[in-house]
Write a protein that binds this ligand. Sequence first.
Ligand code: MN3
Length: 206
Amino acid sequence: MIYTLPSLQYKYDELEPYFDKKTMEIHYTKHHQTYVNNANIVLKIYPELAQYNIEKLMENFDKIPANYYTFMRNNAGAHFNHSLFWKCLKTKTILSNDLKAAILHDFGSISQFQEEFEKVAMSQFGSGWVWLILKNNKLNIISTSNQDNPLMKTISNTILGFPILCLDVWEHAYYLKYQYKRLNYIKAFWNVVNWDEASIRFKTKT
Ligand code: MN3
């Protein structure tokens, strides 16, 4: 098995005006494709790694040979992150039911949840990701640097949590449209969050 780009459930221009067509196209066909190609180089050298799908590879990161560890942390990590990110985007979905109740319980209100998410996203210095994660039945918001993710056994050798939702805060995700205004990009995200996907992910772990 080698990795391939997952198909998108929408057209590049469908998230306009929040996420622009050009950024979506370049992000998917150039950035994500490059990460996939790079990760596949290592799968060809070490076919035993190819038994894992990308999610399982994150949980088995200790099996990656040391000489390719950083390379895969960046590229296989990016493949996992972007594959989830595309699924987290959709217009006109509504936060409801169990996930809504859990967010209200754990953050107090929807606006407090959004404020906290924006704060974490703005505090991530340089490239990285913001995550809504579930751990021990509690929701939390964290950020990771570069292409790390909460499932990856890296620094602490434990899984930080199960990702429910993610946002790419690398400049390549927003610079064409928003330039240095990361906060405007983060706020635009609320218009294109796929709450249906987030709810499904939440349900599988509760
Ligand atoms: Mn990206």
